[in-house]
Ligand binder design. Structure first.
Ligand code: GLC
Length: 497
């Protein structure tokens, strides 16, 4: 493998800015808050931060409804705050990846305001308008149909998500050109990469045919996607050493790999087949092997088991009470697989989902629990805010907070730091060949050159027959290799040759 790129070496850490750190006491996290917490990120040796959207937004979908692609929402700060954050990150050798939302704007975007003003408006065709809806539905179940009737002009407009998020019409070259310019705006400012939100959605059947009875999806992942991606990549390649990672929310690995393998589309794609598996050694092994078979030579994987849209692994995989141990094992797995680990803020603290009382629910799609603010310290406000936090903290924040964990060498925070350091110091974990190993039922195991990684998916002690030297275990206090793996333990062993 050639010298790995920056986005291949270290983990990429997702920040959900509303919930990371609040510098001004309004209960919502902001850019200055992030800048003030960079020491924490430096101890994690991350390669980059990916910021969920910080653009001007009415916040119907908390930033994923963009009213100005080239400015920062006041709740997060100013463009100057963003420039400062980029500067401070670069000074610490941390890259900055922004979340770009190409499929839809906010209904408050000036483009949509124009578009909806009359059928003759020059921007009418920047969005999709029809006299009658087809049978497409919103990704958000609670939103129902993907069409909303607009009285001003007596037509329906298309929205794959909320009605407040009208879909931009990528069939219109003027839209494509305008969106490319928004990329240049951020790349010119020194941003190192972009996460492309809901990217498969930008390519739809231009004839808008009904979904019912069709053998494939008409409302996403249309063949035109590859041309759109090549256009985006060309813009990215006008600049040195930048990266794009796509939220390719598809359940077909062939399709995901087709967004990557030609070398002139995405650099990486989040693997949604992987995150949507139930917890099980065999299912995970198959998914990893499938990706490698399809793309070992042509594509670099992006592994993730948490983000701002999914229940946190600690809660999601807690069916037998081993959720906390499993989150630790997951960290070992992510850092030791061939590919880039994507870590979602709070995963390094092993946070569970928060319990949200009905009167505090704010998200349209039930995603508040994984968006609870980060507890930095014990005590009121947990160092996150001096005001009232926009969402409640997770239970157990008194002990799960970053400060308390920093003083406990057995904490999940310290495990994550050790993993990051190990990956930094061990080229085999970055660029070493990966081979699956059959280590018995309930165990997912593979080698990276002379290292063996084994993960016990069960809540029982299972036998493990290997000889070598223990490099690291997810179980606090494990000092040496034995003939078994503890419940939900993951370990890395240097094999005796
Ligand atoms: C992506 C984002 C999600 C958002 C949706 C619409 O799936 O991750 O948070 O609601 O796109 O932009």
């Amino acid at each position: 493998m050639p010298e790995p790129a920056w986005w291949q070496q270290r983990a990429i850490y997702q920040i959900y800015p509303r919930s990371f750190a609040d510098s001004d006491g309004d209960g919502v996290g902001d850019l200055a808050g992030i800048s003030a917490r960079l020491d924490h990120l430096a101890t994690l040796r991350i390669g980059a931060i990916w910021l969920s959207p910080i653009f001007t937004s009415p916040m119907a979908d908390f930033g994923y409804d963009v009213a100005d692609y080239c400015d920062v929402d006041p709740v997060f700060g100013t463009l100057a705050d963003l420039d400062e954050l980029v500067k401070q990150c670069h000074a610490r050798d941390i890259k900055v990846v922004l979340d770009w939302v190409p499929n839809h704007s906010a209904d408050q975007h000036p483009w949509f305001k124009e578009s909806r003003s009359s059928r003759e408006n020059p921007k009418r065709d920047w969005y999709t308008w029809r006299d009658a809806p087809n049978d497409w539905v919103s990704v958000f179940e609670s939103c129902g149909p993907a069409w909303t009737y607009d009285e001003t002009t007596g037509q329906y407009y298309l929205h794959s998500f909320m009605p407040e998020q009208p879909d931009l019409n990528w069939e219109n070259p003027a839209v494509v050109a305008a969106m490319h310019d928004t990329l240049r705006f951020w790349l010119d400012r020194g941003v190192d990469g972009l996460r492309l939100d809901a990217i498969a959605k930008i390519a739809k059947d231009p004839l808008l045919r009904d979904q019912i009875g069709a053998p494939k999806r008409h409302d996403e992942d249309w063949e035109s996607i590859h041309g759109f991606l090549r256009g985006i990549r060309k813009v990215i390649d006008e600049y040195d050493d930048r990266m794009i990672v796509g939220e390719v929310a598809l359940q077909d690995l062939h399709r995901i790999v087709s967004y990557l393998e030609s070398g002139d589309q995405l650099h990486m794609a989040h693997n949604f087949v992987f995150i949507d598996q139930d917890w099980g050694a065999e299912a995970y092994a198959d998914c990893i092997a499938d990706f490698e078979r399809l793309a070992e030579e042509t594509a670099w994987p992006a592994w993730f088991l948490a983000n701002h849209d999914k229940p946190r692994p600690r809660s999601r995989f807690d069916h037998d009470g081993f959720g906390a141990q499993r989150q630790r094992a997951i960290l070992v797995m992510l850092y030791a697989l061939r590919g880039t680990p994507f870590i979602y803020q709070g995963e390094e603290l092993g946070l569970p989902d928060a319990r949200i009382p009905p009167e505090r629910v704010v998200d349209v799609d039930g995603r508040d629990p994984e968006r609870a603010p980060i507890p930095w310290t014990p005590g009121p406000g947990h160092g996150f805010t001096t005001g009232e936090p926009w969402l409640p903290f997770v239970e157990g924040s008194e002990s799960l907070n970053a400060e308390t964990q920093a003083s406990d060498p057995d904490s999940t925070l310290h495990l994550t730091r050790r993993l990051a350091q190990l990956r930094d110091e061990t080229p085999a974990l970055v660029s070493g060949a990966q081979k699956p190993v059959d280590a018995g039922p309930d165990i997912l195991a593979w080698t990276r050159e002379d290292l063996l990684v084994a993960v016990n998916f069960s809540g029982r002690t299972v036998p493990l027959d290997v000889e070598g030297e223990l490099v690291l275990s997810s179980v606090a206090g494990r000092k040496a290799l034995s003939a078994s793996l503890e419940p939900s333990e993951a370990l890395i062993v240097r094999l005796t040759t």
